[in-house]
Design a protein around this ligand. Structure first.
Ligand code: SF4
Length: 413
């Protein structure tokens, strides 16, 4: 019998930058009209390179890797569904049964027809929908907010029992509404990620919407407070993970450390095949790890660029994590690799973990205030009362077990 995968790697595939929206903060803004797309043959080559690299590693250590393809853009559903069915067949032919494979699409959900519904239901394993709930920044080319259409389509997905989670970009336009945003997702029972806005395509682009790390930390602390009072249906990253870290810290759980050299969990593949590590500046050719259309992944992972990327991640961990009491419960991943986690760059160029550490401290303080932490720093509650599934993996379970069919989600205010 086929063994289930026991680890995963994610490839964020920028199939095409073409998009029907012009979300005001989009870091791809300058390329959203570009119709260029990855070709099937190029993707076949990507699969071959991935297969060769991970089957070798699995053969060495006896584990089994699930390769997760996150189809990204632009708007990936503007591409003809036939393209995805073809590339899924190619995956099957090239990857075979040796590796696990999962296909996830991140969509603005503004374009939905029967062919795309079938693709979302029977082709992709998981769906991520972008919706900000407040702010009016997700607009079409004419500048009109598209949220009502997205909400209608979310209702269609629910009627069709298609599992999905959401990503909400946190900006100055919706930061005051985080509590209502949480209530919206909690009542809808939709897991979501609150993602602080990335830098724009130009320095000026996000001047009106940007947040500093203090604002981001304040918003996430407010979300954590709501989480701690919720009835169990609020699933929100990165707060779910931060609560797990603090619970593990207080419970003295076995340590775990992020080691990018041993395992790089996410690689971004740009439309031209150039690869980027999540911790490095995206799209800057100086930081490309190599081209996955033309270069074996084995060579990319052993290359000088990858070595530089690993060293930079290790330096950030050394400067931050070695003095952090949560290190071991927190693997160090937020400062090593996650650019969305709220790093602050000091004047001397050193990047400081402000948001993740501040969030952990806030959660611990709240647990102590609620007398959940005993005299020796141990948690009074059984761990399972606060440790809940991670949003992405919970979406499918939600859809199968807990979604009430034909019941529309509450409208956003
Ligand atoms: S909270 Fe930040 S500094 Fe502390 S271990 Fe995690 S990443 Fe490192």
């Amino acid at each position: 019998m086929e063994r289930p995968p026991d680890r995963f790697v994610q490839f964020v595939v920028k199939t095409s930058k073409l998009c029907n929206l012009r979300c005001r903060y989009c870091y791809e803004m300058e390329e959203l009209g570009n119709k260029e797309s990855m070709r099937l043959e190029q993707l076949r080559q990507v699969y071959r390179h991935i297969r060769d690299y991970y089957t070798t590693i699995d053969g060495r250590d006896g584990r089994r890797t699930d390769v997760r393809f996150i189809w990204h853009g632009g708007e990936p559903l503007l591409i003809d569904p036939a393209f995805y069915w073809s590339t899924f067949s190619d995956q099957e032919a090239v990857l075979g049964d040796g590796l696990g494979r999962t296909n996830i699409v991140q969509t603005n959900l503004t374009v939905l027809d029967d062919a795309r519904l079938r693709l979302l239901r029977d082709g992709f394993d998981s769906v991520g929908v972008s919706i900000d709930v407040f702010g009016g920044l997700r607009v079409n080319i004419a500048g009109r907010d598209q949220q009502d259409r997205v909400l209608e389509h979310m209702d269609v997905l629910r009627r069709e029992r298609i599992a999905f989670s959401c990503i909400t970009v946190l900006s100055r336009r919706n930061v005051k509404h985080v509590d209502t945003i949480c209530r919206f997702f909690e009542q809808s029972r939709i897991p979501f990620r609150l993602l602080p806005m990335f830098d724009g395509a130009t320095a000026e682009q996000n001047a009106d919407f940007d947040l500093d790390t203090g604002d981001i930390l304040g918003a996430l602390c407010a979300v954590a407070d709501r989480w701690l009072q919720s009835d169990g249906h609020l699933q929100v990253e990165p707060v779910d993970e931060a609560i797990r870290v603090v619970v593990d810290h207080l419970a003295g759980a076995p340590p775990r450390y992020f080691d990018k050299r041993a395992w790089t969990p996410t690689i971004l593949v740009n439309t031209d095949g150039e690869c980027y590590s999540l911790g490095d500046p995206y799209g800057d050719p100086a930081f490309s790890l190599g081209n996955l259309f033309t270069t074996p992944l084995t060579a990319i992972m052993a290359g000088e660029r990858m070595e530089r990327s690993c060293r930079a991640a290790e330096e950030r961990m050394e400067l931050n994590c070695s003095r952090c009491k949560y290190f071991g419960s927190c693997s160090g991943y937020p400062i090593a690799e996650d650019r969305s986690s709220g790093r602050e760059t000091r004047q001397d160029g050193i990047q400081v973990c402000v948001v993740a550490r501040g969030l952990h401290e806030h959660i611990e303080r709240r647990l102590r205030e609620a007398a959940m932490v005993g005299a020796h720093g141990r948690l009074h509650l059984p761990v399972q009362t606060v440790a809940r599934p991670v949003a992405a993996d919970a979406a499918a379970a939600f859809a199968k077990e807990e979604f009430a069919p034909h019941q529309p989600h509450p409208r956003s205010p």
